[in-house]
Ligand binder design. Structure first.
Ligand code: SF4
Length: 401
């Protein structure tokens, strides 16, 4: 059912990719140094060689593509290389070409984990908060120095990107979770962002947050009305889609690995997710589940529970993290197993696996891009050869002057 592109994606998620020394020099400015799940090289497998003058967005060739961010790993059996024309290819360690249709997307120059605004493929990520009030053990965000990013700082950087990449049409408004004292302030910033960028053609404002009211988090209380007020408020100011990430389903492991989420309580996550589907509609609410920390059966239970209330499950493979060395990266066939179960459950419940709206967002999750409609900005954010990617770096440098 799923082709070799998808299998390669999963294998790259597990084992990363080695980059040939000479190519590494040519990829300066094209590699990601971001969160653990977004570090390395962002690849597009398939659909890269097309004629710019006559693009047919319904073409079957363009639809056959998958996205993956692969860590750089000098021991990987997959090697990123170029052919005689400078086109990106993947070889095995005996030099045989495995895939000859590879694209690469690149971050903004100097983009780092702490950057308040960042680019991933054709999406602009806006972090309202650097750092996080949460304390999840698998996440590096809470190790960063906490600060609230002011609207003007965010605006300056978003404007720069939009002037350079005119086709980008969406903002992912995220970052760590605010301290309680900053909850009101961040919603004001979201409101200003939407007001500013809606008039400039941005269509999708995707907002990620933990269960909360307008001014408070609630810890294991019955607070349905407070959640409802908050959801209605963000809907009113223009948020279009939401992510409320439970991450883990196993109670014991949730308690030890995600104490902040555990204090809020699984029940409250499901309560606000259920309400969010009512407010934003089916297809516009998702929740992330990390695959690889808890037993696979628990991930499957999470998928069932989420789809029961029409929430789209988003499956992210656990990415080894220096503060959690005891947990190993999941094997690609385990990821595949969970994916197949998710497909079966989702088909039965008539819910899509997330991400399902923009294909490039599948780059760090166990999801396929193949049934997602292609957009022009998706095509234009990947480069199929060295010359193109170097040109894009130069363009940005000249634009800065
Ligand atoms: S709440 Fe979210 S951002 Fe904060 S530490 Fe946990 S996973 Fe990371």
């Amino acid at each position: 059912m799923y082709n070799s592109f998808f299998v390669l994606k999963l294998k790259l998620m597990q084992g990363g990719i080695n980059i040939e020394e000479e190519l590494m020099q040519n990829l300066k400015g094209a590699l990601y140094s971001d969160y653990v799940t977004c570090s390395g090289v962002m690849l597009k497998i398939g659909g890269n060689h097309y004629d710019n003058k006559s693009i047919n967005l319904d073409s079957e060739y363009l639809m056959q593509r998958e996205y993956v961010t692969a860590n750089i790993n000098s021991k990987s059996k997959f090697i990123l290389s170029t052919d005689e024309n400078g086109n990106f290819i993947i070889k095995d360690n005996k030099g045989c070409v495995l895939f000859h249709d590879i694209g690469i997307s690149r971050p903004m120059l100097n983009q780092k984990e702490i950057s308040p605004v960042a680019v991933h493929g054709d999406r602009i990520r806006v972090s309202l908060i650097t750092g996080c009030a949460g304390d999840c053990k698998f996440c590096g965000l809470n190790k960063l120095k906490y600060c609230v990013n002011e609207f003007n700082v965010l605006k300056e950087e978003i404007d720069f990107i939009l002037n350079l990449k005119k086709d980008v049409k969406r903002l992912f408004i995220t970052g760590g979770n605010p301290l309680e004292k900053d909850l009101v302030k961040v919603v004001k910033t979201v409101k200003k962002l939407i007001k500013e960028y809606k008039k400039r053609g941005i269509k999708n404002f995707d907002f990620m947050f933990a269960p909360r009211g307008l001014k408070k988090y609630f810890y294991n209380n019955n607070i349905e009305n407070e959640y409802k007020k908050f959801l209605l408020k963000i809907k009113k100011i223009g948020v279009t889609t939401v992510a409320i990430d439970l991450e883990m389903f196993n109670n014991k492991l949730l308690r030890s690995y995600a104490p902040f989420k555990n204090r809020i309580g699984k029940k409250n996550y499901f309560k606000i997710l259920d309400l969010a589907v009512k407010v934003f509609g089916e297809g516009n609410v998702r929740s992330n589940i990390i695959v690889g920390i808890e037993p696979l059966e628990d991930s499957v239970k999470a998928i069932k529970a989420l789809t029961n209330i029409k929430v789209q499950p988003c499956l992210s493979p656990y990415e080894p993290y220096k503060f959690l060395p005891e947990i190993k990266k999941p094997k690609w066939n385990d990821l595949n197993l969970v994916f197949q179960q998710a497909e079966r459950i989702c088909k039965y419940k008539k819910v899509k696996i997330a991400p399902s709206i923009y294909a490039t967002d599948t780059h760090n999750s166990v999801a396929s891009a193949q049934n997602i409609k292609i957009t022009l900005s998706e095509l234009q954010s990947f480069y199929s050869n060295v010359t193109e990617i170097k040109k894009s770096v130069l363009e940005e440098m000249n634009f800065k002057k």
